[in-house]
Each structure stands twice: as C-alpha cells, then as structure tokens.
Design a protein around this ligand. Structure first.
Ligand code: PEP
Ligand code: MN
Length: 337
C-alpha cells in the first residue's frame, strides 16, 4: 500500500501516520520526492481496510501497489534512485563503467589491469575473490587474499571496488573491502544471502539469475530493500535461451522495462551475457543506446592465461577504444561516460 501525502504535509502529520502504521504491526518506508512525500507500507496490509488511513490529516490518497514488489516499484518512488559511491553516481546522467578481470589472480597483475582500465575511463574495479564456478575443479578464487589485493589496487589507483559475496558467513568480511557488494546470478534467489546484504551499509549489485524473470529479479531486490538497504543496482547479464551461439542471450528490453517499472538503476554485463570478446563492443553500445546506467566489463592483460573467462575478456587496448566509441553514443542519448 502507498500513502500519498498532500503537498505541504507537516512533519507532525507524517509522524502521526508513521506511529499509526507501527501500531498496526506494519512497517513503513518514507520516500521524499521533489513534488511530494510518499509512505510505503509493508506487511499484512489487509488490516488497512478496517483502519482506513485516508482520514488522517495530511493524507491525499491511499493506493494499493498492484505489483508484488513494493519498495522497488516506480509507483512507490517516482524519482530515479541514484546510488552514490563516494562521488561516483550510478543512475545519474553519467554512465558508470566497472571493469577488471573476472577473478582476482595475482596482485601485480590486478594492479596493472586496474591502472589500464582507469586510464581508459573506468571508475570502479571489478574482480572476484570468491568465484561461483560450474565445476568444483575450476579455480575457486583467492578468498581473503584476493580481497587484500583488491584493497592494494584501490590504494594504488583510487578506483572503487566491486566484488562478489557467495556466502552469508562472508558478508561482513567482503563488506569491509568492497565499495559495492555483488550478488551473482546463481545467488539471485539465495534469500538468506539477500537478507544479510540487506542488513549491511554497502551498495549491492544484484545480477539477474540465469533463468529469472524480471519480476523475480525485482522480488529479490525487494528482499534487500525490505531488510533496510535501499542502495541496490540491478544488472542484466543475459538469460538462458535455446540459442547456444552465445553463452547467454542479452535481454535488451529489460533495460527499458526496469526504467518503466522501477526507480533502481540498471547496468548491463555484456561479458557474461555473450561469453564472446567480439560481442562486447556491440552489446555495450546497444546497452548505452537503450538507456543503461552503466556497464560491467571483463578486461585482462593476458586473457589467454586468465584463470576464468579469458574468452570473453577484452584486452586493455580494445577496452580503451570501446570507451571512446561509447562516449559518442552516450552523447547521442543525452548522457556522458
Ligand atoms: C561475475 O560477474 O563474476 C559472475 C560470475 O557473473 P554472473 O554471476 O553474472 O555469472
Ligand atoms: Mn567472469
């Protein structure tokens, strides 16, 4: 349920309404827009049918949110959410590019990749220290040591850090190092993990599951928001279809639909979406043209020796060229990179 307040509703009126909501055993989330304030009510809302809030001073109207996701919905919050990572704003006019290797491997190698992606215009470094691998025999990541290397790369370059957490037991540790915590596609519906990152104070990048609908993606984001963390960035990283020429199939329409249905920013990962180096540039361009707020791109100086996802990693020089080309597309759609 959302409660739309009258223009100029006073603080006292708002507090009065919030107290009433609490007394009914429901939770609330206040969204202060430029135009007016909206209160989202979460919980067993049926009680509001017998306790109509319309009669409260300051209330203009009470409306049900028809979608199963509430806090995530555009109905609940009309203005775009902009996630601010120490001055890097995801969801604003500037398109944010996150780049780096699939996995953190060696310290010096990571630092050299970080320097190169930064020089080309990336503002956030990616790199997995905990890797979700299909095979238990594949490289599983360096764990805490990898997080230390990310910290060293951050100190050396000033880039913010994005890294994945796979286990509720590691959330606290990963949150110490990461500026953005990634929930990978395979964990999109790991509800305990979602609740755990919902309790921490770090922005979360939530990747769409391999076979998840957009509604399911929104419901997963709802877990994080309803646990208290509103800083969620969605990520389209391709979904499973019958097409096997690419690793996954990019759902470009997801970009426009997220924009319509939710206030959360959406970025695109062309690397995992396609699995092919040659497709990173065209899909990145399509994503920017369609309105994505950012890109997540795998870059490696020696992709042939990479411990994971070398085939989809760009060489730094190709990344640099792509960044230049993206600048022109961003400009054409009224944005910058
Ligand atoms: C990744 O970004 O490192 C990754 C494993 O991606 P996904 O979860 O989208 O497969
Ligand atoms: Mn990868």
């Amino acid at each position: 349920m959302i409660i739309v307040l009258k223009r100029g509703a006073t603080k006292e009126q708002i507090n009065h309404i919030l107290k009433k909501i609490e007394s009914l055993g429901l939770r609330h989330m206040v969204s202060k827009g430029v135009e007016r304030t909206i209160i989202g009510v979460i919980g067993e809302e049926d009680i509001l049918r017998v306790q109509p809030l319309e009669v409260y001073p300051g209330v203009e109207k009470v409306m049900p949110v028809l979608a199963p996701y509430k806090l995530v919905s555009r109905e609940f919050k009309q203005e775009d959410s902009v996630i601010d990572i120490k001055g890097i704003k995801i969801g604003g006019k500037k398109i944010v590019v996150i780049a780096g290797p699939c996995a953190v491997e060696e310290k010096e190698l990571l630092i050299s990749i970080a320097k190169k992606v930064k020089a080309a215009g990336a503002t956030i470094l990616r790199g997995g220290a905990f890797k979700p691998r299909t095979s238990p025999y594949s490289f599983q990541g360096l764990g805490k040591e990898g997080l230390e290397y990310l910290k060293a790369a951050k100190e050396e370059t000033g880039l913010a850090i994005l890294t994945e957490v796979m286990d509720t037991r590691d959330v606290e540790l990963v949150a110490e190092y990461a500026d953005i915590i990634q929930i990978g596609a395979r964990n999109m519906q790991n509800f305990n993990l979602l609740k755990e990152v919902g309790k921490c104070q770090k922005p979360v990048l939530l990747k769409r599951g391999l076979a998840a609908t957009l509604t399911e993606l929104f419901m997963s984001a709802e877990y994080i928001l309803s646990s208290g963390n509103e800083e969620v960035i969605l990520c389209e990283r391709g979904i499973r279809t019958f097409e096997d020429a690419t690793r996954n199939t990019v759902d470009i329409s997801a970009i426009g639909l997220v924009e319509e249905l939710s206030h959360l920013p959406i970025i695109v990962d062309p690397s995992h979406a396609t699995g092919r180096r040659s497709l990173i540039a065209p899909i990145s361009k399509a994503a920017v043209a369609a309105g994505a707020d950012g890109l997540l791109i795998e870059v490696h100086t020696h992709p042939e020796e990479a411990l994971s996802d070398g085939a989809q990693s760009l060489l730094p020089k190709d990344f640099e060229r792509l960044m230049k080309e993206l600048g022109r597309i961003a400009e054409a759609v009224g944005r910058s990179i």
